[in-house]
Design a protein around this ligand. Structure first.
Ligand code: HEC
Ligand code: HEC
Length: 230
């Protein structure tokens, strides 16, 4: 039988986690405003594509933003603006956001934890199984490290540098790995991901993407805080 964790303890851990993440209610409120209403004529509402609560649209390749690390989100917006990460949809949006807007959006989106958005694609268990082996063990003969080494054993990510992959859209994950291979995404620290993605073929990319998309999200602030402490 599972032991119940006292609610008071859960709340204390959640508050601590939000504080360590630099959570600032005023900033988050301004982020919420941009996310839902856009800004001026050039920045559309983020929710139009990324979902009302940042849950994403998995089959369209619009990533889930809810619960991602605030610093990571800020960095990606800066990268779309300076085109070290090339994307025709996000570039004009990011160019029209200032540093304070990026910070506010990161703070707001990081604080959300809606359930995983449903995909219309039926899960392919064989593909997911192959992806799991790759994610947890890597491919020694090709020098591919286990993804879990950096992205966490359950894919929940580690700090601001290593993003969460669990519950992310499979289409989106596959697009990112392909973008690193082709040079469209070049903003990663020390080009860790370019080196890894270049060694994966399309089948392996689809397998590992299906695996991470299949994982539960479990990104309450409380579960992240307890994982970080282990
Ligand atoms: C018209 C649709 C659209 C709108 C509106 C939009 N996005 Fe995006 N966004 C995308 C797409 C598509 C991608 C995936 C790009 C890629 O494949 O690299 C993306 C990617 C991102 C990412 C990268 C996520 C990651 O895990 O690295 C961030 C951050 C982001 N968007 C933030 C925003 C914010 C903040 C807004 C509002 C100010 C916004 N987006 C508005 C379509 C949109
Ligand atoms: C040595 C550490 C390391 C390993 C191992 C690693 N990654 Fe990453 N990964 C990173 C870093 C760092 C980033 C963030 C890049 C950035 O800031 O743009 C990242 C980002 C990603 C992203 C983008 C997520 C998003 O929201 O846009 C995907 C997808 C990804 N990795 C998949 C994988 C897969 C699949 C594997 C295993 C085959 C793997 N990674 C192994 C370090 C690693």
């Amino acid at each position: 039988m599972r032991r119940r964790i006292p609610q008071r303890l859960v709340r204390a851990i959640m508050v601590a986690a939000l504080m360590t993440a630099g959570f600032n209610p005023a900033l988050a409120a301004s982020g919420e405003d941009i996310a839902h209403s856009g800004k001026g004529n050039d920045v559309p509402a983020c929710v139009a594509c990324h979902g009302e609560q940042g849950e994403g649209q998995p089959d369209a390749g619009y990533p889930r933003l809810a619960g991602l690390n605030a610093g990571y989100i800020e960095h990606q917006l800066a990268s779309f603006a300076d085109e070290s990460r090339r994307n025709d949809i996000m570039a004009p949006i990011a160019r029209n956001l200032g540093a304070a807007d990026r910070e506010a959006l990161g703070s707001y989106l990081a604080s959300l934890s809606p359930p995983k958005a449903a995909s219309q694609e039926a899960p392919d268990q064989a593909l997911i199984g192959a992806g799991q082996v790759l994610a947890q063990r890597g491919i020694w003969s090709k020098g591919v490290p286990a993804c879990a080494q950096c992205h966490g054993t359950s894919g929940l990510g580690v700090g601001g540098a290593f993003p969460q992959l669990a519950g992310q859209s499979a289409v989106y994950i596959a697009n990112q790995l392909t973008a690193w291979k082709s040079g469209g995404r070049g903003n990663d620290p020390m080009h860790l991901m370019k080196g890894i993605a270049s060694k994966l073929d399309d089948k392996q990319i689809n397998a590992v993407a299906a695996y991470y998309a299949s994982l539960p999200i479990g990104v309450t602030a409380a579960s992240k805080a307890s994982e970080a402490k282990q």
